[in-house]
Ligand binder design. Structure first.
Ligand code: AMP
Ligand code: MG
Length: 491
């Protein structure tokens, strides 16, 4: 039923029924100045059968601005810990987010309604429990962008703003983001019980996650090992997809790693403009721990942290075997995605090298990752075809010609037609991604209370593979001011 109101959303709060050790129950704290709706995402509302006209009611900004509860909500802050930049921090937890409750849709799937920026919790440590409008817009738009690209992600329902002042490097305004996911359990949720030696709770958590999200494993005798193997697979595939679109997560700490293999917790993140394998999207990441080309390895590192927590439940050898699957799974998925980006349908041994050499050319030419891959769809495989527009992106034209000859031969070798290949490539090489400068423009307008740019990007990013007539400029490389915007952990 697509017509649910705030009052008739059916809540079934399974997490709130877990033992007390899993959370602190508390209500959100609303802003001190009035709240107003900044943006609403009807596609996310449809996931919970919420009538989109509900967004027009003042109660909507009331509920998702933390000022009132809808019937059936049972709010709580989840506890977890995690490895931050490689160092174990014994307790983190939702320091500024509150799980309002879980809605069960008519299709039977379950969605956490998680309100970020909802005030202090027992896990706030030195923080103020708030989120700024800037980072909220970035997370909101990137959830939409990832979903549009077909990459597993949390979803974003709405942003509610206020004129409350928030102190970061500068004074900013506060906002709340309503985020949705089938679960917000992280690797760090397992870590806290393991390191506290609460093995009973650890088992409750593992059984809960399996019961809710891996139901086919419920009755399996070796369920914990198999569960881990599935998390390995999801994580490997997720990171391969990030890599294929040239996207990096700026804070791949284990507390930001979803147990469901979703992209979770968008703080500093970035789509690359110019291709750079060493791209660091987080200004605060001085050592480049989470540099673009480190992310596949960090995925493995994080999974080994998770494996450690499962030692009380599964055989060491089984967990080790699960971890050993990561690299081949990642490589297989990455190669599959990159072959598709090159429009190749058959698998050939030389493909790996063809792809690597192309990336090498992009790197030395500082060529725009998204634009060049899209342009590659226009490649003519006729021997001797000049492919002028594509060629212009490369500094060393001879090296490009040499590569293009190999690529042309490879394409002809599988008898693909250029026009058909072009259509296929446009389905996997996005025309539009959420470049930092596009997000920045939407943020600056929103800070002046003009939310129109958020709406424009919302529509655009929902179908990033399509042409949007009149919006060509959104596919352009960044202007000079937007090339190296510093994005830090401060949010
Ligand atoms: P993050 O790096 O955003 O994933 O956050 C790491 C931890 O810091 C989590 O426990 C967050 O809830 C907490 N945190 C981040 N910002 C704030 C804030 N402004 N107030 C309270 N807790 C915060
Ligand atoms: Mg986090």
């Amino acid at each position: 039923m697509a017509g649910r109101t705030l009052e008739t959303l059916p809540f079934d709060n399974s997490y709130a029924r877990l033992p007390d050790a899993f959370y602190a129950k508390l209500n959100p704290t609303t802003f001190s100045s009035p709240s107003y709706l900044v943006s609403f995402n009807p596609a996310a509302a449809a996931l919970i059968d919420l009538d989109p006209s509900e967004a027009k009611r003042p109660e909507f900004a009331g509920v998702f601005g933390g000022g009132m509860l809808a019937p059936g909500m049972d709010p709580l802050a989840m506890v977890y810990s995690g490895h931050q930049f490689g160092v174990y921090v014994p307790q983190l937890g939702d320091g500024r987010a509150i799980l309002l409750g879980e809605v069960k849709s008519d299709r039977g799937d379950r969605w956490d309604l998680h309100l970020k920026g909802a005030g202090l919790t027992p896990f706030s440590r030195d923080g103020d429990g708030r989120a700024v409008l800037r980072s909220t817009i970035r997370e909101y738009l990137c959830c939409v962008a990832m979903q549009g690209l077909g990459i597993p992600t949390t979803q974003a329902l709405c942003i509610v703003g206020s004129d409350d002042k928030i102190y970061r490097e500068q004074i900013e305004t506060g906002a709340m983001l309503l985020r949705m996911a089938p679960s917000h359990v992280r690797f760090g949720t397992f870590e806290i019980f393991y390191y506290r030696k609460q093995h009973e709770e650890l088992k409750v958590l593992a059984d809960y996650v399996i019961d809710q999200h891996f139901p086919h494993l419920r009755l399996a005798g070796d369920r914990y090992g198999r569960f881990f193997a599935e998390v390995v697979e999801r994580t490997a595939k997720l990171i391969a997809q990030w890599q294929a679109v040239g996207w990096a997560h700026g804070v791949m700490n284990t507390d930001n790693m979803s147990i469901l293999g979703l992209t979770l917790d968008y703080g500093p993140f970035g789509f690359m403009d110019d291709y750079d394998a060493g791209f660091i999207c987080n200004h605060s990441d001085h050592n480049g721990r989470y540099a673009f080309n480190q992310q596949p390895y960090i995925g493995l590192w994080n999974l080994s942290c998770l494996a450690q927590t499962l030692l009380p439940l599964a055989e060491k050898d089984v967990l080790k075997a699960g971890l050993d699957m990561y690299t081949p799974l990642f490589e297989q998925e990455y190669l599959k995605r990159m072959r598709a980006k090159l429009g190749l349908q058959e698998e050939r041994a030389e493909d790996d090298e063809l792809i690597r050499d192309f990336l090498g050319l992009l790197q030395e030419s500082h060529a725009d990752y998204t634009i060049v891959f899209r342009e590659l769809g226009t490649f003519s495989s006729n021997p001797g075809a000049p492919n002028e527009r594509l060629r212009e992106h490369f500094l060393n034209r001879d090296r490009f010609d040499e590569w293009a000859a190999r690529y042309g031969a490879r394409v002809r070798g599988e008898c693909s037609r250029d026009d058909e290949r072009s259509v296929r490539m446009n389905e996997v090489n996005p025309r539009y991604v959420l470049r930092n400068y596009l997000a920045q423009t939407a943020i600056e307008k929103a800070q002046q209370k003009d939310f129109s740019e958020i709406e424009r990007l919302l529509t655009l990013l929902q179908s990033p593979y399509s042409e949007h007539p009149g919006m060509e400029s959104y596919a352009a490389p960044p202007p000079n001011w937007g090339k190296h915007l510093a994005v830090s952990c401060s949010s």
